[in-house]
Design a protein around this ligand. Structure first.
Ligand code: FE2
Ligand code: FE2
Length: 380
């Protein structure tokens, strides 16, 4: 999922330092940065190298700001090439960076720390991904949670720039860290940061989409084991089994048919589990989903069958319990998606006209959970 995020405040302690002491140090040591990299942007920065390329941290930093070294060395790098403080002193034109430090598949993986930013709304990111997808016209000024200043950006794939502050006395200094990340540690940190700081993260807004992998994963082996009893009740003449039912329903396994109006459906709560699901992993999964859901069922599509074309009221989450590579969710315009049995829930925009087909030779069982009509799906 994080491939679609391009700005993420990091879930690491805020770097605290004495501002006056830092500015004093910066102003004494700064030079105008005139390297090749900043040339296309007309050299908008002043720079102080804290750790020049292929060298150790400077002695000044070791003595004056050991907390900076400590914070940087706690980031998930296996190699830190260089670290610099960059002060913007003229407009940074819209650009994306030509050199990538890590594989773009690692999502936002360029580590930065906003040390001083006196005027908000100068540094901006323009929504979009350079390689795929369309660039949106909106620009976003990233915000930080109060207790954070480290962040990760994908500055290789996303466009960004910075306006000049209107206040001549305001300062903006960013610490840039260049190096190679340890993929697993980096992904773990970004993932955790997205969870905790979600409202501050910037993510490419999908246009109109049909099927989207979510971040919700279950232990598929365990689910398949707990599915055996329910599976024994299903056959080609009995393709639907309810996993949750409206409380008090006479026949909770079959009795919660959806033939209700939207208004009735909105007032229904599917809180009861049929006996065969009580104490199973199904119950545990459904009770642990962090978003509001409606009906949940297991749907069987037998080999060589295709449902009629239809649309439903809401987004649905599909989890393949058993499938084969020739099972698809197919949309009216011909787009088709195979939901792999990988333990992940996939959100499906069922309000678009669609069908489900099984062109293979084995049964297809999906756990299908309905979202709340009118609500966007939760993907993580
Ligand atoms: Fe840049
Ligand atoms: Fe459907």
């Amino acid at each position: 999922m994080f491939e679609e995020f391009y700005f993420v405040p990091l879930e690491v302690p805020k770097l605290e330092f004495n501002r006056e002491k830092f500015l004093d140090y910066f102003d004494t040591n700064k030079e105008h940065c005139v390297d090749d990299v900043s040339a296309p942007l007309d050299h908008p920065w002043n720079i102080v190298w804290a750790k020049p390329r292929n060298s150790d941290w400077t002695n000044d930093i070791k003595e004056l700001f050991p907390q900076i070294i400590n914070a940087v060395e706690n980031l998930p790098f296996y190699e830190i090439n260089n670290v610099a403080f960059l002060e913007q002193n003229s407009e940074v034109k819209l650009h994306s960076d030509v050199s990538k430090e890590s594989d773009p598949l690692l999502g936002p993986s360029t580590y930065r720390c906003m040390l001083i930013n006196d005027e908000r709304e100068t540094f901006y990111l323009r929504e979009g991904i350079r390689i795929e997808g369309t660039l949106k016209d909106e620009i976003h000024f990233p915000e930080f949670p109060n207790n954070k200043n480290f962040f990760c950006v994908n500055n290789y794939r996303s466009m960004h720039g910075a306006f000049v502050s209107k206040n001549p006395n305001s300062r903006k200094i960013i610490m840039a860290i260049w190096g190679k990340v340890i993929p697993e540690k980096h992904l773990k940190l970004v993932d955790k940061s997205i969870t905790f700081n979600h409202k501050y993260c910037l993510q490419v807004t999908p246009d109109n989409y049909e099927v989207k992998k979510t971040n919700f994963k279950v232990d598929l082996d365990k689910l398949q084991k707990d599915f055996e009893v329910a599976k024994g009740l299903m056959c080609h003449d009995n393709k639907v089994l309810c996993v949750t039912a409206v409380a008090g329903c006479n026949d909770p396994l079959y009795g919660c048919k959806p033939k209700v109006t939207l208004e009735e459906e909105m007032n229904r709560n599917y809180t009861e589990f049929p006996d065969i699901f009580i104490g199973t992993y199904f119950e545990e999964i459904i009770n642990s989903l962090p978003f509001k859901i409606k009906r949940s069922r297991i749907l069987l599509v037998p080999p060589h069958e295709c449902m009629r074309l239809h649309n439903d009221l809401e987004w649905r989450y599909h989890l393949a319990i058993e499938t084969n590579p020739s099972c698809y969710l197919v949309f009216r315009d011909g787009d088709k998606y195979h939901i792999p049995a990988d333990g992940y829930f996939y959100a499906m925009n069922s309000s678009l006209r669609h069908t489900a087909m099984n062109a293979g030779t084995t049964d297809r069982y999906h756990l299908v959970i309905c979202g709340v009509p009118g609500e966007e799906p939760t993907l993580r």
